[in-house]
Design a protein around this ligand. Structure first.
Ligand code: PHE
Ligand code: ZN
Ligand code: ZN
Ligand code: ZN
Length: 286
C-alpha cells in the first residue's frame, strides 16, 4: 500500500479550518460551513476522476442539514463493496478539526491516492462523508436505511474514522478482534502501537448505523472525552487522568488540536486496509 502524504492530509484540514473561519467558526450540518465543506471534498474528488453523489437526507436528519457525499471508485467487483466513511459535520461550538476534520481529511487523501495510483481492483471501494452525525448519526443511518436490501448485502465491511488525531489520544480500533478489523489491527501492530478496543466509541459514531443492519464494521479512533489511564500513558505516552481530546466539542478544536503523528498513522492504516481488502486481481478473498 502507498504511504499517504501527511502534508496533503494537513492541507485538507487547513482548507476545512478556513471554511469554518469564514462561516462563523463552525461546520455544523445545517450551516454554510457544512455545505462549503461538502463542496471542497466534492471538488477534489471530481478533479481526481470520481463520480460523486450528493445524497440529501430527506428523513431523520435535522431540518436544513446538508447532504451526505458518496463516491465510488468504478473498478472491482461491484458485488463486493468495502466502504470507508467519516462524518464531515461538526458541532456549533468550534471548527471541528479533530472531530471530524481529521477523519474527513485522512479519508479524502486516501480516495485521491487511490485514483492517482489507479491499481487493478479485486473489490469495489466506496467512500462516504456523512452529514448530521452530531445530532444522532443521522446521515449515515438515512443512507443505510434507505439502501435497497440487495445493495446492503453487497457491503462486506464498513470502516469508520471519527477523531483520528486526538492530542492526548490512544490507538483504538472498533471491534478489534473481528475479521473486518484484521488489516486495521495488523497495520497498527506493525508500528508497535498495541491498539485497544474502542470501548468509548461503541455505538457512538456512524459505524453503528451499519451495525444496526448487521454489516461488519471497524475503524480507527484516538478518543474523545474519556480519560487516559496510567497503563495507557505508559505504553503510548501522554497525560494519564486527562481526556484523550482536551478540546472535544469545544471552540479550541482548531488546527492546534491535531496530533499529526496519530493522523499520519491513521491515514496510512486506512490505505493499508483498503489495499488489503480491495486492490489486486482475481475474485473473492481478502
Ligand atoms: N461520535 C462522537 C462525536 O462525533 C465522537 C465520539 C467517538 C465520542 C467515540 C465518544 C467516543 O462527537
Ligand atoms: Zn504517511
Ligand atoms: Zn462530535
Ligand atoms: Zn465525531
Amino acid at each position: 500500500a502507498p504511504d499517504i502524504s501527511l502534508t496533503a492530509v494537513r492541507a485538507h484540514l487547513d482548507e476545512l479550518s478556513a471554511i469554518a473561519a469564514r462561516n462563523g467558526g463552525n461546520r455544523r450540518s445545517t450551516t454554510q460551513g457544512y455545505r462549503d465543506s461538502v463542496a471542497y471534498v466534492k471538488g477534489k474528488l471530481q478533479a481526481a476522476g470520481y463520480t460523486v453523489t450528493e445524497q440529501p437526507c430527506t428523513s431523520g436528519c435535522t431540518s436544513g442539514a446538508g447532504p451526505n457525499l458518496i463516491a465510488e471508485w468504478p473498478k472491482g467487483d461491484a458485488n463486493s463493496v468495502y466502504m470507508f466513511g467519516a462524518h464531515l459535520d461538526g458541532v456549533s461550538a468550534g471548527p471541528g478539526m479533530n472531530d471530524n476534520g481529521s477523519g474527513s481529511a485522512a479519508l479524502l487523501e486516501n480516495a485521491l491516492t487511490l485514483a492517482r495510483e489507479n491499481p487493478d481492483m479485486r473489490n469495489r471501494v466506496r467512500f462516504a462523508w456523512w452529514t448530521d452525525e452530531e445530532q444522532g448519526l443521522n446521515g449515515s443511518y438515512f443512507y443505510v436505511r434507505t439502501l435497497p436490501s440487495a445493495e446492503r448485502a453487497r457491503i462486506k465491511a464498513y470502516y469508520n474514522f471519527d477523531m483520528v488525531a486526538s492530542l492526548n489520544g490512544g490507538y483504538f480500533i472498533n471491534h478489534i478482534t473481528s475479521a473486518a478489523a484484521a488489516p486495521m489491527k495488523a497495520y497498527w501492530d506493525s508500528l508497535g502501537l498495541r491498539p485497544e478496543e474502542n470501548t468509548e466509541g461503541a455505538g457512538r459514531s456512524d459505524d453503528y448505523s451499519f451495525e444496526r443492519y448487521s454489516i461488519p464494521t471497524s475503524g480507527y479512533a484516538m478518543g474523545a472525552s474519556a480519560r487516559k489511564t496510567s497503563a495507557q500513558a505508559s505504553k503510548w505516552g501522554g497525560t494519564s487522568g486527562s481526556a484523550y481530546d482536551p478540546c472535544y466539542h469545544r471552540a479550541c478544536d482548531t488546527l492546534t488540536n491535531i496530533n499529526t503523528t496519530g493522523l499520519d498513522r491513521a491515514a496510512d492504516g486506512i490505505a493499508y486496509t483498503l489495499w488489503q481488502q480491495a486492490v489486486g486481481t482475481g475474485g473473492g478473498g481478502g
